[in-house]
Design a binder for this molecule. Structure first.
Ligand code: NAD
Length: 450
């Protein structure tokens, strides 16, 4: 993984002064989750007087947070939660949004703004949908305006969803915490009452206790980090990678005290092999993370059959085949959780990546189409779309292009593998049971042009 020397420099006193004087980007050190750390450090202001706001106040107080309905002017705030769930015309946005405006200068380093509102698609009334869609515009624009590692994200609630649904509190806690450090300008949709909240602080620390998770492509990079974070959160790990990566795979498996399964995910019987291994060594299977992925970049005008086919085979066909096999089995039938790796290239496209973008856009399609099937088993399927993440893959990008890619995001820096892993661990956890079919970007609000 390449070092981000610029971010290190800017975070020295001299570097901060010089970059400030020259008007250069000022990437902050992000607040990331540490086991045992508080959800968020400091008061949380709550704007809005809806039933959802009352419920969220109760939930945050139960977590021991310092919730302020009327914060003192000038007081440093760790977060502002804005409940806009009853806004039904664009004109009605002004009071709560200007209430938020008055608080923004008080938001500290790595602070959070979280908007909470109803799904625009849930209403066919033009004024209602305009207001709700307007909140998305506000949240995205505000994310571009936040400074010093602070972010703005939203929680979208299905129209008829009760404020008590566990997924609402689960989404709020994730977005307030250091687990969402590199999630910015994004929306978490909660549309069912499924899911469960841990009942104790220990439960929040290790929400995957007792569960068995398979992670493909776990020998290195993002996959190795996913294995570590899922293990930290309590899961038993089956680490999968190709035989050629056997040594690194064994290292990952040893580190997380899991088991290693050498397997090419494109093989016809990959799903069956995973099931047999899970049954023999762990006795159950709860979570599947489809992380294995490759790039074989070429302009479409120069594309070869081999480059095209291999990317499609590893990045999407293998996932479809493995899901079919796993979902046909009794072992993977009790609240199964699937999380797939998409990419911002699958959302916006990228020069030289028609094959990769086809596969990653394919993942987004697969996930949204599989929501009902997983829902019928009380399970979920979601995707995570990383932007620029510091890995061996991105360390190979030429220096200038890499530097530009890092800075072209609202957080002015690349993400770390752990940022992707934290989001995956959240989506695999019981508190995210109300969210399915979603692709969540972990990209620091990368300016990808779509
Ligand atoms: P990486 O190349 O470092 O690791 C990928 C792993 O997958 C390797 O260990 C590799 O051996 C394994 N793998 C490849 N083909 C396999 C196969 N047929 N069967 C089993 N294992 C196989 O990549 P990374 O940067 O860690 O990326 C992980 C995932 O995240 C990929 O799906 C990638 O497309 C996605 N992603 C990465 C970035 C980024 O910035 N690094 C951005 C967007 C999406």
């Amino acid at each position: 993984m390449a070092r981000d020397t610029y971010t290190e420099l800017v975070n020295t006193p001299l570097g901060r002064r010089v970059s400030g004087a020259l008007g250069l980007p000022q990437p902050a050190r992000l607040r990331r989750h540490r086991p045992g750390a508080a959800v968020i450090d400091g008061p949380v202001a709550l704007v809005g007087d809806t039933v959802v706001a009352d419920r969220l106040a109760e939930v945050m107080l139960a977590w021991g947070l310092d919730v302020r309905r009327h914060p003192d002017p000038g007081e440093r705030l760790a977060a502002v939660v804005v409940c806009l769930d009853e806004v039904s015309t664009p004109a009605a946005l002004s009071t709560p949004v200007l209430g938020l405006s008055a608080l923004l200068k008080q938001v500290g380093r790595s602070g959070r703004v979280v908007t909470v509102f109803r799904d625009p698609a849930g209403s066919s009334d033009p004024a209602v949908r305009a207001a709700r869609q307007g909140i998305q515009g506000i949240t995205r624009s505000l994310a571009h305006e936040m400074r010093r590692g602070a972010t703005a994200n939203g929680i979208i609630l299905a129209d008829d969803l009760d404020a008590d649904a566990p997924g609402v509190a689960g989404a709020l806690r994730f977005l307030l915490s250091g687990r969402s450090a590199y999630v910015d300008g994004q929306f978490l949709t909660v549309d069912t009452v499924n899911g469960e909240l841990p009942r104790s602080p220990e439960g929040w620390e290790r929400p995957l206790t007792g569960q068995v998770a398979v992670v493909t492509g776990a020998a290195r990079g993002i996959g190795a980090s996913i294995a570590e974070v899922l293990h930290r959160d309590g899961a038993e790990i089956i680490a999968v990678d190709v035989p050629a990566a056997g040594e690194q795979l064994a290292e990952t498996a040893n580190r997380v005290r899991g088991t290693a399964l050498q397997l090419d995910v494109t093989s016809e019987d990959a799903g069956e092999k995973i099931l047999t291994h899970a049954a023999q060594h762990h006795g159950r299977l709860d979570i599947v993370v489809h992380n294995a992925g490759i790039t074989r970049d070429k302009l479409l005008a120069n594309m070869t059959q081999d480059r095209w086919d291999s990317v499609i085979a590893v990045n999407i066909e293998s996932q479809l085949r493995i899901n079919r096999a796993l979902l046909a089995s009794d072992l993977f039938s009790h609240s199964p959780r699937i999380v797939s790796l998409a990419s911002t290239s699958g959302i916006a496209g990228n020069r030289g990546q028609t094959n990769y973008a086809a596969s990653k856009a394919g993942v987004i399609g697969m996930v949204s189409a599989s929501k009902d099937l997983l829902g019928s088993r009380h399970g979920t399927i979601n995707a995570v779309a990383p932007g620029f993440i510091e890995t061996e893959m991105t360390a190979k990008i030429p220096l200038v292009t890499r530097e530009v890619a890092r800075r072209l995001s609202s957080l002015n820096q690349g993400g770390l593998p752990v940022d992707v892993a934290e989001t995956i661990a959240f989506l695999a956890s019981p508190s995210a049971g109300g969210t399915s079919g979603l692709t969540l970007r972990v990209c620091g609000q990368n300016l990808i042009g779509a």
